[in-house]
Design a protein around this ligand. Structure first.
Ligand code: IFM
Length: 409
C-alpha cells in the first residue's frame, strides 16, 4: 500500500465562531438571540484567548497541522474599518502554529459574517463580492507562511442556509419544513433538526463560486498559499429507482461546488456519513442504535466514497480532507470511526488519488451551531472553567500521524 508522504498533513480543525467566544459583531450572535430553541455560543471554548494551549495539545500529541478560521466580523467590525489589532491577533495564531510545528490551514469564511454585511443583503446583496474582496485583501496581508487557504467553508451548506433564510423571510417556510426530529442522544435522529436538509438554490451557489474565484485571485497574487474551498460531501447513493434523482440532487447539493473547484490548487473534502436518494429525493436516516448524536448513520466509509467522488468531479484536483469526524459521547467509537475512515482514505491514495492531508473535526468539543450537546472533539472542554481534557482519541490520532499513517489492528 502507498503510504502518505512525510509532508502529509495530520491535524485537527476548528472554526472561529464555534470555539472563540463572544463573536459579538457576527450575524450568528444576533441569530442565536432570536431563534427559539437555539443555545447560545457565549464564551464558547474561550479559544480566542486559549488558542496557544489548544495548539500545544495538538502538537504534543504528534499532529503537524491545525485548521482554524479568521473571523471577518472581528477584522472588519464596520464596513471599511479594518482592525489592525485583530489582524495582529490572527497573525499571532499563525506564528504560534508555525513555532509549534503545525502547518496552519486558514479558512477565510466559516459561515459567519459581520452583522452589517448580513443587514445590507448578505451573499445575495449587490455589494457582496466587493465587500468580501476587500476583507480578503486585508486578511491576505497576514498570511505569510500559510500553506493552505480555504476561501469558504462548505459553500454548499452556506447556500442552503441562505436559501432557507430567504424562504423564512418570504413567509414560505412551511414549504421547506420537513418534520424536525426530537429524539436525543446517540441512536436517535438528532434533536430539533430537519429530517432532511433542503437543497440549496443553485443561483446562490453560482454567486458564491464567483466570489470564491475573485478571492482566489487575491490569495494567489498576495500569498504563496495553495487556495481552494471546502465542500460538504454527502457520499450519496441511489436506492432502487433513485438513480436519476441521485444525479439531480447530487448536482445541486455538491457537484456544482466540486465543479467550481476545478481551477483550484486543492479541494477540501468534508465527509461524515452517507445519504440515500430515492425517486422522491433524500431519504431521512432511520433511527438506529449506531446513529451519532446528530442523527447521522455511523458510516466511516463515507470518507473514501467522498474523496473518490471529489477526484472524479473535479478532474483530479488534489484533495485535502479538511473535516471528518463523529458526534459521539463515547471516545472508543470515535477511534473506531476514525480508524475505518482513514483506512478508506489510504485506499483512495493507493488508487492514485492525490490526498494531501487529513484534518479531524474537531480539535475541541465545540458549539455545534445552536447546540452544545453533540461532542465532536479530540479534546473535552469544561464549559465553566475552560479546562481542556485531551481524550484518548487525540493520543491515538497523534500516534497514527507519528507512524506516518500506519493503523493499529
Ligand atoms: O460543525 C460543523 C462545521 O462547522 C462544518 N462542517 C460540519 C461540522 C459538524 O456538523
Amino acid at each position: 500500500m502507498r503510504r502518505p508522504t512525510p509532508d502529509f498533513l495530520w491535524g485537527a480543525a476548528t472554526a472561529p465562531h464555534q470555539i472563540e467566544g463572544n463573536n459579538l459583531n457576527s450575524d450568528w450572535w444576533a441569530t442565536e438571540r432570536l431563534m427559539p430553541g437555539m443555545e447560545r455560543s457565549g464564551d464558547a471554548c474561550d479559544s480566542y484567548h486559549r488558542y496557544a494551549e489548544d495548539m500545544r495539545l495538538l502538537a504534543d500529541a504528534g499532529l503537524n497541522a491545525y485548521r482554524f478560521g479568521i473571523e471577518w466580523a472581528r477584522i472588519e467590525p464596520d464596513p471599511g474599518h479594518v482592525s489592525r489589532a485583530e489582524l495582529a491577533h490572527y497573525r499571532r495564531m499563525i506564528d504560534t502554529a508555525l513555532q509549534l510545528g503545525l502547518a496552519p490551514v486558514v479558512t477565510l469564511n466559516h459561515f459567519t459574517v459581520p452583522r452589517w454585511f448580513a443587514e445590507e443583503g448578505g451573499w445575495t446583496g449587490e455589494k457582496a463580492l466587493d465587500r468580501f474582496v476587500s476583507y480578503v485583501q486585508a486578511a491576505t496581508g497576514i498570511l505569510d507562511g500559510v500553506p493552505y487557504v480555504a476561501t469558504f467553508n462548505e459553500p454548499n451548506m452556506l447556500a442552503m442556509m441562505v436559501t432557507l433564510a430567504r424562504a423564512v423571510e418570504a413567509g414560505e417556510l412551511a414549504e421547506w419544513q420537513s418534520p424536525t426530529v426530537e429524539s436525543e442522544g446517540e441512536g436517535g435522529q438528532g434533536t430539533g433538526r430537519p429530517a432532511v436538509l433542503p437543497a440549496p438554490d443553485p443561483e446562490i451557489g453560482r454567486r458564491l463560486a464567483d466570489v470564491h474565484a475573485a478571492a482566489r485571485s487575491i490569495v494567489r497574487e498576495r500569498t504563496d498559499a495553495a487556495v481552494g474551498w471546502t465542500v460538504a460531501a454527502g457520499a450519496y447513493t441511489a436506492a432502487p429507482g433513485g438513480e436519476q434523482k441521485l444525479i439531480e440532487e447530487r448536482y445541486v447539493r455538491e457537484d456544482l461546488y466540486f465543479e467550481a473547484a476545478r481551477g483550484d490548487d486543492f479541494v477540501g473534502v468534508q465527509a461524515y456519513s452517507t445519504q440515500e436518494v430515492d425517486a422522491n429525493g433524500l431519504v431521512p436516516t432511520p433511527q438506529h442504535p449506531d446513529n451519532t448524536q446528530v442523527g447521522t448513520a455511523f458510516r466511516p466509509d463515507a470518507l473514501g466514497m467522498a474523496i473518490r467522488h471529489s477526484w472524479e468531479v473535479t478532474g483530479g484536483v488534489p484533495v485535502l480532507v479538511t473535516e471528518n469526524g463523529i458526534a459521539t459521547a463515547d471516545d472508543t467509537r470515535r477511534i473506531a470511526y476514525t480508524r475505518e475512515a482513514l483506512r478508506g482514505l489510504l485506499v483512495t491514495a493507493d488508487e492514485g488519488v492525490d490526498v494531501r492531508g487529513y484534518l479531524h473535526w474537531s480539535a475541541l468539543d465545540n458549539y455545534e451551531w445552536g447546540h452544545w450537546e453533540p461532542t465532536f472533539g479530540l479534546i473535552a472542554v469544561d464549559r465553566e472553567t475552560f479546562e481542556r481534557k485531551p481524550k484518548p482519541s487525540l493520543a491515538w490520532l497523534g500516534d497514527v500521524a507519528r507512524r506516518g499513517g500506519v493503523l493499529d489492528s
